[in-house]
Design a protein around this ligand. Structure first.
Ligand code: FAD
Ligand code: DHB
Length: 391
């Protein structure tokens, strides 16, 4: 079997790339290790930059998103028991859309299947070979355990941080930049109406907390915890009590609770692979870079990458012009590093670090107070949060 673009991974990056290529008349095959049910229910990010939402709408994927997504014109920073609103609309003219990543994935899978685009779940043993040749291949076992060889013009490595594509690049041809943060997030999804109209990023002496949501009846909440935290140590009562403490305000903020539907622990790391290309293999999304989640950039970066990649592959298949393919990595990395910067900054400002001196703690509070009182500081935060321009 052969195709123009072999895509490894059916997360947002792989599925959206397949869709953008289809709109340009380019064939692709998407290979996914997990089941359809698994990827459609995997709980992850929830904030779409306006540019991301606009792209999904412009490419025919926005129907359910526009109905069910929640448009937010700002966020709250909460510290020292008070809330301070950052008004994105006023400061940037833009907004964000709260819509779960798994909903985006469901919309993408439905679109792919509606036009009969090849999308194979439950594949196993994926290997990518001949990356510097003109006909790279992907070998895998399909759902019925048949060995398949897929010959491609290009391979897109959209298989996330733990995928096989990035490790298939010879170490001498790629460089990794990495930072582990000394804490993690315990995240829950709860059947409880959101306790705030907009997201709340809370600084507290016991650690960071984040109030987010998925719908008018479902809340998504996060707590800073230790990187090696055992979920078993966290009863429902302990989770709610800790959230209540960290999100408390002087004017009696009331946190609505309810049954916890899902829970998990997410490690925090920054990671960038350079370049995002080796021969005819192009990396996109988490396969190439990870941001700490404070600032909600991960999914949006994946979308920006595949937008460039689809454009570059489009130019190549139209005219044989490789200029955009050659620029792909540098173009993506410019935006990636700015998101790494923003996410690291938000993380440093809002989290409690073990062993932090009283001096550093005071500086953290002063920084938050500065943002709360300065329109210029708010504009900087807002401009990055709603998403830097795509070009
Ligand atoms: P993924 O979504 O990881 O997709 C990669 C796909 O490749 C997966 O479906 C995987 O099953 C598949 N795959 C892997 N290996 C193989 C293989 N060998 N063969 C075939 N298929 C393979 N971002 C935020 O902004 N906010 C958050 O709250 C947030 N929470 C997160 C929680 C977790 C647990 C994780 C892991 C990430 C979170 N992120 C969050 C980041 C965000 O979800 C990612 O940036 C986004 O999923 C990137 O999309 P992607 O398509 O590049 O990668
Ligand atoms: C969500 C996740 C984030 O990392 C963030 O910064 C804001 C919201 C969420 O899952 O809703």
């Amino acid at each position: 079997v052969s195709t123009q673009v072999g895509i490894v991974g059916a997360g947002p990056a792989g599925l959206l790339l397949a869709h953008l290529l289809h709109l340009r008349g380019i064939e692709s095959v998407v290979l996914e290790a997990r089941s359809r049910d698994y990827v459609e229910n995997r709980l992850r990010a929830g904030v779409l930059e306006q540019g991301t939402a606009d792209l999904l709408t412009a490419t025919g994927l926005g129907e359910r998103m526009r109905r069910q997504g929640l448009v937010h014109d700002g966020i709250f920073l909460r510290f020292a028991g008070r809330s301070h609103r950052i008004d994105f609309r006023e400061l940037t003219g833009k907004a964000i859309l709260v819509y779960g990543q798994h909903e985006v994935v469901r919309d993408l899978v439905a679109a792919r299947l509606a036009y009969g685009g090849p999308l194979r779940f439950d594949v196993d043993g994926v290997r990518v070979e001949g990356l510097t040749s003109h006909r790279p291949t992907i070998r895998f076992r399909d759902a019925s355990r048949e060995e398949v060889e897929l010959t491609c013009d290009f391979i897109a490595g959209c298989d996330g941080f733990h995928g096989v594509c990035r490790p298939s690049i010879p170490p001498s041809a790629i460089h990794f930049f990495e930072r582990e943060f000394p804490f993690a997030w315990l995240g829950i999804l709860a059947e409880a109406p959101p306790s705030s109209t907009e997201l709340v990023y809370a600084h507290h002496e016991r650690g960071f907390a984040l109030l987010s949501m998925r719908s008018p009846t479902v809340s998504r909440l996060y707590l800073q915890c230790a990187p090696n935290e055992d979920l078993g140590d966290w009863s429902d009562d302990r989770i709610w009590s800790e959230l209540r403490t960290r999100l408390a305000t002087r004017d009696g903020f009331a946190l609505k609770d309810g049954p916890i539907l899902q829970r998990g622990i997410t490690p925090m790391r920054g990671f960038v692979a350079e370049p995002m290309r080796f021969g005819r293999l192009f990396l996109a999304g988490d396969a190439a870079h990870i941001v700490p989640p404070t600032g909600a950039k991960g999914l949006n970066l994946a979308v920006a990458d595949v937008q460039w990649l689809a454009e570059a592959l489009g130019a190549f298949f139209r005219s044989g012009d490789e200029t955009l393919l050659e620029q792909y990595s540098a173009r993506c990395l410019q935006r990636v590093w700015k998101a790494e910067r923003f996410s690291s900054w938000m993380t440093a400002m809002l989290h409690r670090v073990t062993g932090q001196s009283d001096y550093d703690y005071r500086v953290q509070l002063a920084e938050l107070d500065y943002i709360a009182s300065s329109k210029s500081a708010q504009a900087t935060l807002a401009e990055n949060y709603v998403g830097l321009p795509f070009s």
